[in-house]
Ligand binder design. Structure first.
Ligand code: HEM
Length: 533
C-alpha cells in the first residue's frame, strides 16, 4: 500500500514537473508527448510518426515539443540552426540503436564529431565525380538489365506488359547497384534471380528495429524487443550476418591476383585504403565531450562491416523509394508525365547512349524538378534526424529561445516539406515550383525560399555523402525508363496510394509510406509499352 502510494506520488511529481517546470514547458505540443516517451514509441511502432509530426506542426506552429526532452522544429531557420556547421550539437543517442557491435562506428552512426570528421574524410573521396565515374560501368550494367526487364511479357497485340510492382523493381535495381559498389560485382543480382530478394525484407526489419530501440532505449535494456517482436530480431540478426559474410568475401579478394584495378574501384576498396591511412592516426577526444570508444579499439574489420551495412541501407533503400515515388507521381499526373516525356525525348535523342550519371541538369531541367518534387513529397527518410544539444546550450529562433544541454532537437523532412510558407499548395505534385519562370507565380525568390526548406538529404556536416550518386542514379534510371517505354497506372491494383482522408496529406494521390526510419512502401503497380524505335 505504501509502495503504491509512493509510486503514485512519484509519477504525479514527474508529470507535474514535465508539464509545468521542465525547461521545455513553454513549448506547445500534445500533452501525452510532453509527459512520456511512450507517445513517440507508439507512433514509431505504427509507422506514422511523419504524419503525426506534420499534423502537430500544422496545429501548434514551428516549434513543437514532441517528447519530454525533445523539441521538433519546422522552419528553414531551424534547419540552419540545428544542422549548420557551427551548431552546438552532436547526433543524439538515438543513433546507438544502429550500432550492432560495441565500438564499431560507421560514418553514419558515429556521434563524436571528430571521430565522424575522420570517417567522413575516408568515405568522401569515394563519392567524388572521378571516383563515381570509375564505378559507372557497373551502375550502367544494372540499369541496362533493369530497363530490359521492364518490357518483359508484353502482350503481343497491345504491346503493354502485365502490371509490375514498381516498388519491388526499384528495390532490385537499387540494391544491385549498391551491392556491386559495396561488395563487388554480382553481389545481389536481385534483378535476375530471386535468391537474394529476401534481403530487402531483412533491411526493413533492421531499420524498424533501430527506430523502435532508438526511440525508446529501455526496449533494449530490458530485452523486450526479442519477446515482443521475435521476427524483427531474427531478421536483424540475419542481415548483420549476411553483410558480415559478404564483406569478408570481398575483403578476402582484395590483393588477390585476378580482377583488374578498374574492377577493384569500389566503396569497400576505398574504405580499406582509408582505414590503412587513418589507423596510423591516434584519435583524441575534446575534454568536454563524453569519450566514445576510439576507432582503433574495436577490430577495424568490424568498422568496415558497420560501414558496409549502413551504406547498403542508406544508399539502396533510399534511392528505391525515390524512384518508386516519382513513378507514382508521374502516373497520377498526366501533365507532368507528358512534359517530362517530351523533354527527355527531345534532349536525349540517342537514349541508349545515356549513361550514368545521366544528362546534365541544364539539359533536362524538368527531370531534376520532378526528382526534387518526388523527394519533397516522399522523402525516403521522412522522420526527424535527432541532435543533442551540447554543453552551453543552444539558441533557437535567432535567440528567441534558449534550450539547455541535453535537449534533443530535430527537423523532419516530411513535416517541413509540407509547410505552406515554403511550398504553396504543399500537397500538390507540382515540379514547376522548382523552375523560376516556368509557371505564374514561380520566381527566383519563391524557388530560393523552397530550396532553403528542402532537406531530403539532411543538411550540413552530417548531410548525405551519397547525394551525387543518388541524383546520378535517378537521372539515368528515369531517362532510360521513360525514353524506352510509355508507362501507365494499372487501375485494377491500387497499391501505394495515400493516407486516408483523416490524415494530413494529399489523400488518394500521395504515395503511401510507413516511417520505419527509412520508408517502407509498396506499389505503384504500373504497365509498360515499348516505344517504336
Ligand atoms: C535519394 C537518395 C538518398 C536520400 C534521400 C538520402 C538521405 C540521407 C539523409 C537524410 C542523411 C542524414 C541522416 C542523419 O542525419 O541521420 C543521409 C546520410 C548519409 N547517406 Fe544518404 N541518402 C540517399 C542516398 C545515399 C546514397 C546513394 C549513399 C551512398 C551509397 C548514401 C550514404 C549516406 C551516408 C554514408 C550518410 C551518413 C553521412 C554522415 O553522417 O556523414 N546516401 N542520407
Amino acid at each position: 500500500m505504501t509502495l503504491c502510494l509512493a509510486t503514485v506520488i512519484y509519477l504525479t511529481g514527474i508529470v507535474i514537473y514535465r508539464l509545468y517546470l521542465h525547461p521545455l514547458a513553454q513549448f506547445p505540443g500534445p500533452w501525452p508527448a510532453k509527459v512520456s516517451g511512450l507517445h513517440a514509441l507508439y507512433y514509431a511502432w505504427r509507422g506514422d510518426r511523419h504524419l503525426m509530426q506534420a499534423r502537430s506542426h500544422a496545429r501548434y506552429g514551428d516549434y513543437v515539443r514532441l517528447g519530454p526532452n525533445y523539441l521538433s522544429v519546422a522552419s528553414d531557420l531551424g534547419l540552419q540552426e540545428i544542422y549548420g556547421t557551427r551548431a552546438n550539437v552532436q547526433k543524439s543517442s538515438f543513433y546507438h540503436a544502429f550500432v550492432a557491435q560495441k565500438g564499431a562506428w560507421s560514418t553514419f552512426t558515429s556521434i563524436d564529431r571528430s571521430l565522424h570528421a575522420r570517417k567522413r574524410r575516408v568515405l568522401a573521396p569515394a563519392m567524388t565525380e572521378r571516383a563515381l565515374k570509375s564505378m559507372g560501368r557497373r551502375i550502367n550494367q544494372c540499369i541496362d538489365i533493369f530497363v530490359t526487364q521492364l518490357g518483359r511479357n508484353a502482350d503481343a497485340e497491345s504491346g503493354w506488359t502485365p502490371a509490375v510492382n514498381m516498388s519491388e523493381l526499384a528495390d532490385h535495381v537499387a540494391f544491385d547497384i549498391l551491392g556491386d559498389l559495396v561488395f563487388g560485382e554480382g553481389s545481389f543480382q536481385m534483378l535476375t534471380s530471386c535468391a537474394n530478394r529476401y534481403i530487402v525484407d531483412l533491411i526493413v526489419a533492421t531499420s524498424y528495429w533501430a527506430l523502435l530501440v532508438g526511440t525508446f532505449p529501455l526496449l533494449r535494456a530490458l530485452p523486450i524487443i526479442p519477446l515482443w517482436f521475435p521476427e524483427l530480431t531474427r531478421k536483424r540478426q540475419a542481415y548483420l550476418l549476411f553483410c558480415q559474410e559478404k564483406a569478408c568475401q570481398r575483403m578476402a579478394k582484395v590483393g588477390a591476383p585476378g580482377p583488374s584495378p578498374e574492377e577493384h574501384s569500389d566503396l569497400l576498396l576505398h574504405l580499406l585504403s582509408g582505414r590503412r591511412h587513418s589507423d596510423t592516426h591516434s584519435h583524441r577526444f575534446p575534454d568536454d565531450q563524453e569519450p566514445e570508444p576510439s576507432a582503433s579499439s574495436p577490430p577495424p574489420t568490424a568498422e568496415i562491416w558497420a560501414e558496409c551495412r549502413t551504406l547498403i541501407v542508406a544508399g539502396a533503400d533510399t534511392v528505391a523509394t525515390a524512384l518508386a515515388a516519382l513513378t507514382h507521381y508521374l502516373v497520377h499526373n498526366e501533365g507532368a508525365y507528358h512534359r517530362l516525356e517530351e523533354e527527355i525525348l527531345t534532349a536525349c535523342p540517342r537514349l541508349r547512349e545515356v549513361r550514368f550519371p545521366g544528362p546534365r541538369p541544364a539539359q533536362c531541367p524538368y527531370l531534376d524538378a520532378c526528382i526534387d518534387e518526388a523527394l519533397r513529397l516522399s522523402p525516403p527518410i521522412p522522420g526527424p534526424l535527432p541532435r543533442e544539444v551540447l554543453r552551453g546550450g543552444m539558441a533557437l529562433g535567432r535567440g528567441r529561445f534558449v534550450v539547455p544541454a541535453g535537449t534533443v532537437v530535430a527537423t523532419a523532412a516530411y513535416a517541413l516539406h509540407r509547410h505552406p510558407r515554403y511550398f504553396p499548395r504543399p500537397e500538390v505534385f507540382w515540379p514547376e515550383r522548382w523552375m523560376a519562370g516556368s509557371a505564374p507565380g514561380v520566381t527566383l525568390a519563391t524557388v530560393r525560399r523552397a530550396r532553403q526548406a528542402f532537406c531530403p538529404f539532411g543538411f550540413g556536416a552530417r548531410g548525405c555523402v551519397g547525394q551525387s550518386l543518388a541524383y546520378g542514379e535517378l537521372r539515368t534510371l528515369v531517362v532510360r525508363m521513360l525514353g524506352r517505354y510509355r508507362i501507365r497506372l494499372c487501375r485494377q491494383v491500387r497499391v501505394g496510394e495515400g493516407p486516408s482522408a483523416r490524415e494530413i496529406g494529399m489523400g488518394g494521390e500521395e504515395y503511401r509510406m510507413l516511417d520505419r526510419w527509412t520508408a517502407q512502401r509498396d506499389g505503384p503497380f504500373v504497365e509498360f509499352q515499348s516505344r517504336p524505335r
